[in-house]
Design a protein around this ligand. Structure first.
Ligand SMILES: Cc1cc2nc3c(=O)[nH]c(=O)nc-3n(C[C@H](O)[C@H](O)[C@H](O)COP(=O)(O)O)c2cc1C
Length: 331
């Protein structure tokens, strides 16, 4: 029997497939279906700084207008009795999952500012999260802001979170850093237990009839996995923290490649949305089959065996074959 176990953020997982943040992990029935289909861990949809701050502003406005108005009236209620804040609903969902699933549950925080929202990490930990994912979805558009300042924003948030929690923390990054490898190393030195490579930026589009900017959500395509595989292969032997691959992993071949490159786990989202949670079971069967056919005894044995440090020509992961590649084009 092939051993599919892996370790991620210090958690022992029964296999390397993790359900990434998505509406599926935000729904208790779908999360159960994922567990039944063999998924090893799930990451909750993010608790967004933007939503919490918006809600707080609305609440303050509401309480303020009530206070100015008829607060002596019998019907006066500053806040409806059954009102649940964004945070409370999130904590409820987390606790429900923890009591009904036996796999690890990773909570996710998303934000960019240093205005205190990060402190919610402590409540997520107290509600039973096995680890935290910090997703800094930041578009650095200010020409006055240097790359270093942008990077420091990530480090500051990580440090603030580390002060609040003593469970593993992983950071979901975009690929848009001047030096991805250096950034990952800095995060490691500042206490990150892992990184998730890479987040996808959803690109706004211009509607040519209305000339309005329209937000566009398109699911990933399998080609996108190559960027992730390359970077994981490049940094695997240079850092010690856990590596998760996310973005474009739709079939067993790309999952195998990510593991060979050195990923500890592969996150799945679009493929599960498109094919349903049960598809995880099929991917696991195919993964077992691939390992058997290729005479690997375990996922542990294959992990990183085709990382940059292990291949005969390490330069192939960088640029040396660039000219050959462009010359190979045939019209
Ligand atoms: C509908 C939808 C909702 C998502 N919500 C979140 C989220 O709340 N937080 C987060 O970090 N990523 C979120 N993601 C990103 C996914 O977790 C994943 O990283 C990304 O889709 C790339 O993986 P994939 O190619 O397997 O879809 C979402 C993606 C989709 C499609």
């Amino acid at each position: 029997m092939i051993d599919l176990t892996t370790s991620y953020l210090g958690l022992s997982l029964k296999n390397p497939l993790v359900a990434s943040s998505s509406p599926l992990t935000g729904n208790i029935d779908d999360a159960r279906r994922l567990e039944d289909a063999g998924i090893a861990a799930i990451v909750l949809p993010s608790l967004f700084e933007e939503n919490i701050s918006h809600e707080q502003r609305q609440l303050e406005k509401f309480v303020h207008s009530q206070a100015l108005g008829n607060y002596e009236a019998e019907s006066y209620r500053p806040v409806p009795e059954n009102y649940k804040s964004e945070l409370e609903s999130y904590l409820d969902h987390l606790q429900q999952l923890k009591s009904s699933l036996s796999i690890p549950v990773i909570a996710s925080l998303n934000g960019v500012s240093d205005t205190g929202w990060i402190d919610y990490g402590k409540e997520l930990m107290q509600a039973g999260a096995d680890a935290l994912e910090l997703n800094v979805y930041y578009v650095a558009a200010d020409p006055e802001q240097t790359g270093e300042q942008v990077e420091n924003r990530y480090i500051t948030l990580l440090n603030q979170l580390r002060e609040q929690v003593n469970i593993p923390v992983t950071m979901k990054l975009s690929s848009q850093f001047s030096s991805v490898a250096n950034m990952v190393k800095k995060l490691q030195s500042n206490g990150a237990d892992g990184v998730v490579l890479f987040n996808r930026f959803y690109q706004p589009d211009i509607n040519l009839e209305s000339l309005k900017i329209t937000p566009r959500l398109e699911l990933s395509n399998p080609e996108e996995s190559l960027l992730r595989i390359r970077w994981i292969a490049l940094i695997r032997s240079r850092v010690e923290l856990s590596l998760a691959a996310t973005g474009g992993f739709h079939d067993v071949d790309s999952i195998v490649k990510a593991l060979l490159a050195g990923a500890d786990v592969v996150y799945l989202c679009a493929v599960l949305l498109e094919k349903g949670p049960e598809y995880c079971a099929e991917l696991l069967t195919q993964l077992q089959h691939w390992l058997t056919e290729n005479e690997y005894e375990s996922v542990q044995q294959m992990k990183g065996s085709v990382s940059q440090a292990c291949v005969i020509d390490p330069a192939v992961y960088e640029h040396s074959n660039y000219i050959d590649v462009i010359k190979s084009y045939r019209p």
